[in-house]
Write a protein that binds this ligand. Sequence first.
Ligand code: F6P
Length: 389
Amino acid sequence: MPRRSRSDSDATTKTPMSTKSGRKRIRRIAINTGGGDAPGLNAVIRAVTIGAVHRGWEVVGIRDGYNGLLMPDEYPDGGLIPLNLASVRGITHLGGTILGTTNKGNPLEFPVLQKDGSYKTIDRSGEIVRACRKNKIDAVVAIGGDGSLSIANALCEKGLRIVGVPKTIDNDLSETVATFGFDSAVSFATECLDRLHSTAEAHRRIMVVEVMGRYAGWIALNAGVSGTADAILIPEIPYDIDIVARKTAERVRQGKKFSIVVVAEGAKPKGGSRSVLEREVGRAERLGGIGETVARQLQEITGQESRHVVLGHLQRGGSPTTFDRLLSLRFGAAAIRALEEGQNGVMVALDPPTVRYVPLKKATRRMKVVPLDCDTILTARDLGITFGD
Ligand code: F6P
């Protein structure tokens, strides 16, 4: 299980600069969307903007992660988009982010090309804090996954007042029952599995479906069970391909002449490693290829024709589901309440029936991977689904 630094206190921090009331008055806030996009980002932006405007605060959106602050000259508008009630009208249901995002050039490890063609990485977080001061930004609402929230934590430690909002289709953030984007991705993947059943059955094939999930198999597990897959391969359970092949062969013997296998991009065989497509300085390694490998191996072992499908970025596109819209609006509104209450360095977190605040340090310390004894795993096993173990 991937872990992050553990040196820190869990105490919720209050904003350090204060007036008579104990907190610095907010006049202007900025919103940042970082990392891979997820359905619901625009709904968060809308709720944050409306909540801020109603409190008399000005709002700006930072373009493309923090690039709008780090490279203002690259943008005709100086990298900051003024946000008001008109500019966030009618965006709740839209996928993507009206601010743009990036998962390249982590400001904590910003890649700089050297004369010899190699890269060295530098920490540019201080520049972001200074740019916020220069632009009279009193606080930032940072919407992102583990990487973006770790950056938010570092910015907070450098003196920036910041509240995080948990986003990721992978659902791998601890300390929140759910991240927004996950439900939309699972719903889409489940619909794809439904569609693949009929073509798999018509051709008597094994269909292998690769879904996202780098370190955590939540999408594969939830979509696989809901979409009645026969095998689900997730990063948390290294698989044995022969066990998966036995399952598909057994189905053929029983007269069920097709099988559906769901595999998370980060799944790995027993004793093997994850399938990496590309490594690049300043960003997470690109995964992919495991679906193709599994389909090829199953065809070789069983002799049954096999095909693979990679759902890829389709899982991140499109409108948020009702669950994700509501969650995003709740998170956005809670982020503004947090700032108003003087919270700093916290992430809003779903803890039904409420949304609470968790220190960013704690929220980014470890990943929420699938517990092997969780009810959904037990349910899958009871339904006869194999994990290849
Ligand atoms: O948001 C996380 C994620 O969906 C991962 O599951 C996946 O590995 C990654 O994004 C892909 O990101 P991109 O191809 O856009 O860099």
